[in-house]
Design a protein. Structure first.
Length: 276
């Protein structure tokens, strides 16, 4: 019996100085991916030359600067694997990451995705994540409501999941992973591997969390989207409505303090429409 085919997708934008660390951690895995696709989101820092000269065996795609969701979606379209793994270009995998996940999935063949624990490095120092960032397995829709609790770099997911739930939402400039995991965890249980198999580096200026004020505005949009579908059971729907109400209240209070009165009014009007 042949081993499952794994494709790894690396979106990147102007991270030629970080990209080799990510790629090398992928190439040093104890089992090999069948295909690796780097999607360059319009870099101007020599990323293309770096990949062609140092990693000629890797598939390289270039697109206009359309954002990380478009880059990941382009990678999904180009990938040939049955299983898809994502690696952000500022993150790093432990050598046994893919092997541990595929062995865990083989032991629980009904599971369609698996994520792992992680190590956090902020501004060069290891830090302990707060409790709100704890990882979970099983039916975790409710755990995904406050904030994104599945790191894209930690997950491996069966291609058929995207066929059912859709791709990353390219209209969201941030929190696109939060939006996806709501759609996924409403339909699928998640296998959690309690091992620190990725390293997430933070604190640099180009992170989306540093770029955008008021990230909850995008989580609000994601909650509005899923509440507009019929896929939630009653328990999950009530939990999503409660979280939407909390996020709208907190965000609009902040918007008003910053003089964004029209934005606060628009969000409150949308919220009332969704809940009615």
């Amino acid at each position: 019996m042949s081993s499952p085919r794994i494709s790894v997708i690396i979106p990147t934008f102007n991270r030629a100085h970080l990209l080799p660390r990510s790629i090398d951690s992928l190439l040093n895995q104890t089992i090999s991916a069948h295909t690796v696709v780097i999607v360059d989101d319009g870099s101007t820092d020599g990323t293309e030359n770096l990949v062609s000269e140092k990693y000629p065996e890797i598939t390289y795609l270039r697109q206009d600067n359309l954002g990380v969701s478009a880059a990941r979606n382009a990678g999904i379209a180009a990938a040939s694997g049955e299983w898809l793994a994502f690696l952000d270009s500022d993150d790093e995998w432990m050598p046994e990451k893919l092997q541990c996940q595929m062995e865990a999935l083989a032991a629980e063949p009904e599971m369609m995705l698996c994520h792992t624990d992680e190590i956090w490095i902020r501004n060069g120092k290891r830090v302990n994540p707060m409790k709100k960032h704890d990882k979970h397995g099983g039916w975790i829709f409710d755990k995904c409501l406050p904030l994104c609790c599945v790191s894209p770099s930690s997950v491996i997911i069966h291609r058929s999941v995207f066929d059912e739930v859709g791709l990353f939402d390219q209209s969201l400039p941030a929190c696109e992973d939060y939006d996806l995991w709501l759609r996924v965890t409403a339909r699928y249980p998640v296998l959690y591997l309690n091992e620190k198999l990725i390293v997430k580096y933070g604190g640099h200026d180009d992170q989306l969390s540093q770029k955008y004020w008021g990230m909850d505005r995008y989580r609000i949009r994601a909650l509005e989207k899923i509440l507009g579908t019929n896929i939630l059971n009653e328990k999950d729907r009530l939990a999503a409505e409660d979280m939407l109400t909390q996020k709208v209240r907190i965000y609009t209070e902040g918007a008003r303090k910053r003089g964004k009165l029209d934005e606060a009014k628009e969000i409150e009007e949308r919220w009332a429409t969704v809940l009615n």
